[in-house]
Design a protein around this ligand. Structure first.
Ligand code: NDP
Length: 241
């Protein structure tokens, strides 16, 4: 069993999740690289190990109860606890449709991954997190989920969707519920917006690198005791609800 702190990052085979995994490993964590596709997971684990990271692959589809339970069993067997959970996995959808002509199946799929997936993973991992001396949960949200922010800090409003942006609003509400429920524990749970990052999610249009996009999540994953909980950050600033 490793003496290192143990982290799990969902959707860590590419993009921002991969860089969060790399950043946590660089900070001395043993990192579970959660990913649903075996080949992409193995490739990420191999690449991270080649850079000296202490990582292991975690088969994980956040929409599948059995997969999430198996992931918890794997971490329990490996470490007996979990110190950091980063709920990063997400999908997008619905951008091609006018919000007035919504295909409800897209909304269902996006909510299943971006919201129910986070609840599913968090609830199953909580018993392992409760065994940590300083447990932290980071939910990857987005400024587009802000109800009051009219545009990104760079002035971009982005396209509209009844699926992706509302899924992040719902995720923020869910995170607040967790923060209240866990108020009397040492678990800190917060939301991170990575900024507009060039990844598959947006056809690589973002102007930040995935490494830059990982920075806020890394800060929240390593908050000192007594740090904030139930807060929504982008860089050093708080994102308005
Ligand atoms: P990517 O599309 O590059 O990566 C998303 C990751 O989630 C992939 O590893 C993908 O796996 C995984 N994933 C999707 N569905 C599931 C599932 N059911 N089970 C397990 N893994 C799954 O996106 P980003 O790196 O850009 O996004 C990371 C996070 O940051 C997301 O929460 C996103 O909403 C958020 N974000 C991103 C922004 C940006 O500008 N890029 C802006 C604001 C927020 P697979 O390879 O198998 O598809």
């Amino acid at each position: 069993m490793s003496d290192n702190k143990i982290a799990l990052v969902t959707g860590a085979n590419k993009g921002i999740g991969y860089e969060i995994a790399a950043g946590l490993a660089a900070r001395g964590f043993t990192v579970g690289v959660g990913a649903r596709d075996e080949q992409r997971r193995d490739a990420a684990v191999e690449k991270l190990r080649a850079s000296g990271a202490d990582v292991f692959g975690v088969p994980l589809n956040v929409t599948d109860d059995a997969s999430v339970s198996a992931a918890a069993a794997l971490i329990e067997a490996k470490a007996g606890r979990l110190d950091v959970l980063v709920n990063n996995a997400a999908i997008t959808g619905g951008w091609q449709q006018a919000p007035t002509e919504t295909d409800l199946s897209i909304v269902r799929d996006v909510m299943e991954t971006n919201v129910l997936g986070v609840i599913r993973v968090t609830d199953v991992m909580l018993p392992l997190l409760r065994r940590s001396a300083s447990p932290r949960i980071v939910n990857m949200s987005s400024g587009v989920g802000s109800l009051t922010r009219q545009s990104e800090p760079d002035g971009e409003t982005g396209p509209l969707s009844m699926a992706y942006a509302p899924s992040k609003t719902f995720l923020n509400a869910v995170t607040i519920q967790y923060a209240k429920a866990l108020r009397d524990t040492n678990i800190l749970i917060n939301m991170a917006c990575p900024g507009f990052v060039a990844t598959d999610l947006n056809g690589f249009r973002g102007h930040r690198t995935p490494e830059q996009g990982a920075a806020t999540a890394l800060r929240l994953a390593t908050l000192p005791d007594g740090g904030p909980s139930g807060a929504f950050f982008e860089d050093a600033g708080v994102v308005p609800w």
